[in-house]
Design a protein around this ligand. Structure first.
Ligand code: CA
Ligand code: CA
Length: 584
């Protein structure tokens, strides 16, 4: 980051700024650790382009980089550094909806200079588009989108230096976050939001919710500040609910998986505490052989864990699913150096904590059973064509080599973030994607095999070695910081990035943040889309007919999408093949 300004940062950058850590490098140590695991990680454990593939791999059909015919129907896009979106030849894109666009006809008009006033700020599409899903019933398609956080310098009135100075400002910020439910339809002029659809809905900080599951308090590990300063949002300055001196339990009510019924706009969202409390990134669902629901989840924080939850009850197609996520067992992952792993049950017996404590202080429960510290687990994707799942480990520049090296840091539990098999690099600025295959082809199984599908890197800069990345990284498909991720119906793995887009130094040749397609079988990865300068690419879903792809563009710089004279606006774009062919 250059010219770092707290108010213009992404959520990740803000984290980095607020938790600065001294860093130093220890390449040799990493190389030795990686090579000592020769043969463990399957075919992709080969550093640098052209390096020989090492080992046979424990995972059948593991990435082998064999010279197979590519499954990709598009030509790889070159890296880009400008202020707009690019897709390959034969594809097209347009903007569907931007921050501040109306979901209802009584919403205030967006002003290119001042944005959206507080009154009516809960009637527009939210800020910082992130995860999304499309729900379809008959001919109706609903796009449901999370608004991850706010950019106070953009969202608040000009001249306030990005600071909330009134209760009115707080309401505005709260309204721009949460979830937007909106009907979308394809017209002769392309996809549109159906303004005033009875399904349209905004869920924000003040939307009533039900809390279910085991739950009831220490929030140091969760990064909650009690300092009396403006902070990023300064909610506690103007909203008693967020004043911890009066309301110390408020933080314990946030950080859960929330279930929303998009088909019933009057329904009350439910916070499912059974699925634990942490910095949930997404919830990727699979079914056990007997119909129980298996939910994989990452905790997007340095040195935190990957979780799995298995429902008590079974999913019955067409049946009532209202309480399916209310009762079940939470597990946390330990990745062994030998390429196997185990899901450790978070029970009172194993953790010494009550069920309620496990639900609220889930990270501490994970520590109690010695889960594996990971390099910031972001999105999990479940492959619908094979019994396997993937998790983006976006980066961790504080991952260090030794227990006693003070220059490297611990996670918030005080566990040293020393390198381990799935997180093998010191000062990991590029990120990797870990893959696991449950034993017995059963997502509910307690054990699994794992490998690294890819370690991002830069062979152009580093030649060989761990920072060059795995063999499926080459000068043509460079990227860093995998974050968003989805498997499509054909099993292709779509990878979205939220990283350094400076295109220089360690990141030269990577360009702007981007979306790539990965073939789980051959390991091939190819760049499909690039975002505008400053943006991360996050959130992906498909129309019911799989001929349209919806892609999120978060926190772009000017001029995206409306030109140099408008505030920049997070947006959802649609991408199609020119001939309207299937796209996922
Ligand atoms: Ca993310
Ligand atoms: Ca991220």
């Amino acid at each position: 980051m250059s010219n770092v300004n707290q108010w213009d940062l992404s959520a990740d950058d803000w984290d980095e700024l607020n938790f600065p850590r001294p860093i130093k490098q220890g390449f040799d140590r990493v190389v030795k650790a990686a090579i000592s695991r020769r043969g463990v990680l399957g075919g992709v454990l080969a550093f640098g382009s052209g390096a020989a593939v090492m080992g046979t791999g424990l995972l059948k059909g593991s990435t082998a980089m064999a010279q197979q015919t590519s499954r990709f129907a598009f030509e790889q896009l070159a890296p880009q550094t400008d202020g707009t979106v690019h897709v390959p030849a034969g594809y097209n894109w347009h903007t569907l909806v931007r921050w501040g666009d109306p979901l209802f006809s009584d919403a205030p008009a967006f002003d290119a200079v001042t944005g959206v006033p507080t009154t009516g700020s809960d009637r527009v599409f939210g800020e910082n588009t992130d995860g999304m899903e499309l729900f379809n019933l008959g001919n109706t398609e609903l796009l449901v989108v999370n608004s991850e956080y706010v950019n106070t310098r953009i969202n608040l009135p000009d001249g306030q230096d990005g600071k909330a100075i009134s209760a009115d400002d707080i309401v505005r910020l709260q309204n721009f976050q949460g979830v937007s439910v909106m009907e979308v339809t394809e017209t002769a002029d392309g996809w549109k939001v159906v303004v005033d659809s009875p399904y349209n809905r905004r869920i924000h900080h003040r939307s009533p919710m039900t809390i279910d599951g085991p739950a009831a308090a220490g929030f140091k590990r969760y990064g909650v500040s009690t300092k009396v300063d403006p902070g990023r949002y300064n909610y506690h300055g103007f909203d008693a609910r967020f004043d911890l001196s009066n309301n110390p339990n408020e933080p314990h009510r946030a950080g859960y998986i929330v279930e929303i019924d998009p088909w019933n706009p009057d329904s009350t969202p439910v916070k499912h505490t059974a699925l634990g409390r942490f910095k949930h990134e997404n919830a990727a669902c699979a079914l056990a052989l007997d119909g129980r629901v298996v939910v994989y989840m990452g905790d997007d924080e340095r040195g935190e864990y990957i979780y799995k939850w298995v429902s008590r009850d079974v999913y019955v197609p067409g049946g009532d699913t209202a309480t399916l996520l209310s009762e079940g067992q939470l597990f946390v992952a330990r990745f062994n150096d030998d390429g196997t792993g185990i899901w450790l049950a978070l029970t009172p017996e194993d953790t010494g904590m009550t069920k309620a404590e496990i639900a609220i202080f889930t990270r501490m429960a994970g520590t109690a059973v010695s889960a594996t510290t990971m390099d910031r687990p972001e999105w999990v994707a479940v492959n619908p064509t094979a019994v396997e799942a993937y998790c983006c480990l976006t980066n961790n520049v504080q991952r260090g080599a030794t227990n006693d090296d003070e220059s490297f840091r611990t996670n918030a539990a005080g566990e040293p973030m020393i390198t381990n098999a799935p997180n093998p690099r010191n000062m990991n600025r590029y990120g990797q994607i870990v893959r696991w295959r449950p034993h017995g082809d059963e997502h509910a199984a307690p054990t699994f095999d794992w490998d690294l599908y890819v370690m991002a890197g830069n062979p152009t800069v580093h030649g060989k070695g761990p920072y060059a990345g795995t063999a499926n990284i080459n000068a043509g498909n460079l990227f860093n910081s995998p974050d968003g991720m989805h498997s499509d119906t054909t099993g292709l793995l779509w990878i979205q990035t939220d990283g350094n887009d400076g295109n220089d130094g360690d990141f030269v040749g990577m360009g702007n943040n981007q979306m790539l397609a990965g073939d789980p079988v051959t390991g091939e990865i190819r760049r499909f889309l690039t975002g505008p300068k400053g943006a991360e690419v996050t959130g992906l879903t498909w129309s019911a007919d799989k001929r349209t792809m919806f892609v999120g563009i978060q926190h772009p710089d000017r001029p995206f999408p409306d030109g140099e004279h408008s505030l920049p606006r997070s947006s959802i774009i649609v991408v199609k093949c020119d001939d309207n062919a299937l796209i996922g």
